[in-house]
Design a binder for this molecule. Structure first.
Ligand code: COI
Length: 355
């Protein structure tokens, strides 16, 4: 793929690594390319970051044809810059696009695009522990047309954001989770297995409600029985029950997380028993009563491993372990972060050096 590169004058200094939060600050360039039925994907470019001009009738504004990815570039202790499992992120967008009737670029085009943007904005990849350049590949429908049918024009773009911790705490800070028993993130047969923007708007009211009650995020249950666990906040969820690592099996309402896959791989490598199966609330309550539910944690690209210190189930409060991060959450987090920073060998071939 030919990518036209136009660089702009440097606009300012990047803040110190220690001052980085999540998602509010952006690098100086973006990648974009456009699709039309006649021309296919064309006009691939890296250019100074700026506003887009889109027709107010563009399909994305009306019918929500929008999906995204979240992928990270790390600066290793050797100064080299590497992407973490970018192939899985690209594959997931390619796999999800048909459910939204969208045209996606190929995996190879997405990987070239990520590489090109990171190379231009390489100075924006922070190096301190716990930091990364968060890349946000996004696909939107751009055809100006109000009939309800799939758009015939799309834009794929990537913006980049130097990032520290997602929840703002230092190291592994446990979160408090409210169990959402009424609203659902995604029903069976819906969009839940895709990274559709719609899944995130569906989650907002519950998380606002949870935060108003003093919780950080919600535990999502299935849309049919309101009993089986699906995800936690914007993450997949893992439990340690009787020493086994248990996580809900993937379905069309659960996102196939890249960090989820990485944790399951590491767990199997350690010889842990790994169970991908339905997990009900009643199982969790009885495992907690019996002292067998020793850890709960979320896994996601943005927040990596996030221990859950407490689950609120109506009036009942399940404090997990002693409320502090458990040993497996710690071990997985340390192992993944050490590989990402090049402190440990990349024994699964997960890192792709780009600069
Ligand atoms: C991720 O972990 O990358 C997510 O999907 C969270 C993001 C929406 C902030």
């Amino acid at each position: 793929m030919d990518i036209r590169i136009t660089t702009g004058a440097r606009r300012g200094e990047r803040p110190a690594d220690e001052a980085l939060g999540f998602g509010a600050l952006f690098s100086e360039h973006l990648f974009a390319m456009d699709y039309s039925v006649e021309a296919g994907w064309h006009d691939a470019r890296v250019e100074p970051r700026g506003d887009f001009r889109l027709d107010p009738a563009a399909a994305v504004f009306h019918y929500g044809q929008a999906m995204f990815e979240g992928c990270k570039a790390f600066r290793g202790v050797d100064g080299r810059v590497r992407l973490f499992r970018p192939d899985l992120h690209a594959r997931r967008m390619v796999a999800g696009a048909p459910r939204l009737c969208m045209q996606a670029p190929s995996e190879a085009q997405m990987l070239s695009a990520l590489r090109a943007l990171v190379q231009v904005d390489v100075d924006w990849v922070p190096g301190a522990e716990g930091t990364s350049l968060y890349l946000r590949p996004t696909l939107i429908a751009t055809e100006p047309f109000l009939g309800v049918r799939p758009s015939r024009q799309y834009r794929y773009f990537i913006i980049a954001s130097p990032a520290g911790s997602y929840f703002g705490g230092a190291g592994l800070t446990p979160v408090r989770i409210w169990v959402e028993r009424r609203d659902v993130r995604a029903p069976r047969g819906g969009l839940g297995a895709t990274k559709a923007a719609a899944n995130y708007v569906a989650s907002l009211a519950s998380s606002v409600k949870a935060q108003r009650e003093g919780y950080d995020q919600v535990l999502w249950l299935d849309g049919q029985h309101h009993e089986y666990v699906e995800e936690v906040g914007t993450m997949n969820v893992c439990f340690v029950i009787g020493g086994a690592l248990v996580t809900p099996s993937l379905s069309d309402s659960i996102l196939a997380g890249v960090t989820r896959d990485s944790v399951l791989t590491l767990a199997r490598e350690r010889g842990l028993k790994v169970e991908e199966r339905p997990v009900s609330l009643s199982e969790l309550v009885s495992a907690h009563r019996g002292g067998h539910l020793t850890e709960v944690f979320g896994t996601g690209t943005a927040a990596v491993i996030t221990p859950v210190g407490e689950l609120a189930l109506g009036e009942e409060r399940l404090v997990i372990g002693d409320g502090a991060p458990g040993p497996l959450a710690r071990a997985f987090s340390e192992d993944i972060c050490a590989m990402q920073r090049g402190l440990k060998p990349d024994r699964f071939g997960w890192l792709v050096e780009v600069a």
